[in-house]
Write a new protein. Sequence first.
Length: 662
Amino acid sequence: MYIVHASNQYPVRVIDDGQPLEGSLMSDMQEPPIDRFCDLIMKGGITSGVVYPKAISLLAAKYRFRSIGGTSAGAIAAVVTAAAEYRRRKTQTRDGFNILAELPDQLKADVPGTAGTKLLSLFQPQPETRRLFSVLVRSLNRSGTNPRIASIALGILTAYWVATALSLALAFAARWVGLDWPGVAVLWLLLLLLLTGIGLYRDVTRNAVANGFGLCTGLTSDPKHPALTPWLHELIQRTAGLAPTDEPLTFGMLWDAGDFPPPWLTVPIGAKPRAIDLQMFSTNLGHGRPYIFPLPEAAKDSAANFLPDRQRLFFNAAEMARYMPPDVLEWMNGRGIAYVANPARGNHEPSTEEAVLKGLKEVPAPCDFPVVLAARMSLSFPFLFAAIPLWSIDYDSPPGSRHFRRCWFSDGGISSNFPMHLFDGLVPSWPTFGINLEPKVADWPEMVYLPQKYGEGYGERWDHFDQDQKSAARFGGFLSAILSAMQNWNDNSLARMPGVRDRIARVRLNSDEGGMNLNMQAPIIDAVAKRGMEAAEELLARYSEVEGTAQALGWDEQRFVRLSVLLKMLETRAPGVANAISSNCAHATSYQALITRWTDDGSTPDVVAPPGYARPLTRVQADALLRLVQELDNLSIAMMLPQNDTAFLSVPQSELRVRPPL
């Protein structure tokens, strides 16, 4: 049995194990108010994504999703959540969330004719990488270093049976010509290592590389069962209420889903807010940094285009056919933008002819970009899934030598596996929830944890890699800890911060749950999915008020802490700002003089534009800048006054810094 809504705000409802959520819970839930929103961020973790579906369905009963983000497996959950919310906005039904809630039950079902589940069937290698994949699968769900090594060794012997058999044949032939049995054993071992090593080397360095640096492209190699990408595309379309023959769901369709903004929300003049804002991380290995999809929209104001956009990406349809279903590829071809070299740029860009010869088109505009492609780019887990090839202009080369070069997009988790900052404002208008995934904590019975007070949850996350009894396991743990720190240090640091940690439900997983456990069985999938429901229940109990009662304490405290953090950061930075903008700043031209220098008021000939501007400042713009600088000076001075000290203790300390949105 499993208890849902077991809190002082919600009635207790009991669900039998295995009972579909929508049949006993979702069908009689009321829809949330049309203007009650939340944002949701979900961590990557390959098969750990089974945590999310029922948790999302539970949150959807109290909130409408405005902004949804994730990485890797979290990107799959994010894109399907966005599709379900799109359907709710269009049809005023929760049919999409009912489909989402059923996913764990579908993924745990046995696949006829195989020894695995639906979950395992989604991971399909290509024929050239099938041997490596079989070795990987054989090593799954093995606890301990030695059993895992033994499983890998047995997997290699089985997968490379030709090399195994040939080594045996050659060793016995040596016995036939007079070699003694100890010599035969040594010879067989050497031949086995040599021949299987050659096979492994060829498969890794040739076949996997030729397959996009991965074992699976995501497309179907078993005609009886869809692989991950076609399955995900069909799921997105069905969840969004779109027919298979309809155009693929795009970011623009989400932005125009309706029911946003609410009347109470102030929108800047000329802005067009997105009804549903879906964003996902992917890592551009060629550029060595993350990208957020959708890409930024091109500026429509000609004055804003005086600096060319260098985040342009291009695709080759023949290459993309290895990764995308035919209808998505057809959409990409139809909406792709033909490249035409800008004559005003001279030799600073590649020629139009080069793009034609390479078969390149610019990817569709952000509004036309298919969400399934962005999700696939985010979930390219290294070596398991092939990276996605796109092209970019190499501006690192000198003018006249700039060409299109292929850049590979791999898993978003390489750069940010839990981008909790993705939709954060300085102070929130609605909550941004996070569902984090972490290993089970020894001697701690709670498998789901949400801090309930300000003084909780800021402790460090520990990796006890040095506690294993076996030295080989400790060394492997040491290497793993290095990679984990490189990958997760930013996410781990942010998750401890005030105003962040109290909205992250931490779901703990056993070693045989989620991650690379591609062949999880039904009981484990059930347990992980129900733990996700428990995480959603914790968030609802703390943040979501019941109609007719006082506002939930968690949301009140969250808003107050976020305001306090902002004021404390401004207070800390105020002296530096006041000194820098003062006319007394030594060895520096005053800002008033700088603004005057770059202002075209008709009295000074040949005024140049200030850096970052397309043209000189007008008198109106200059006056506005002068007023803003004065107001900033006033604010900085006010923040430094002793009587304005907020006395808030930021634990850990927060800092306001200039950095890109990534």
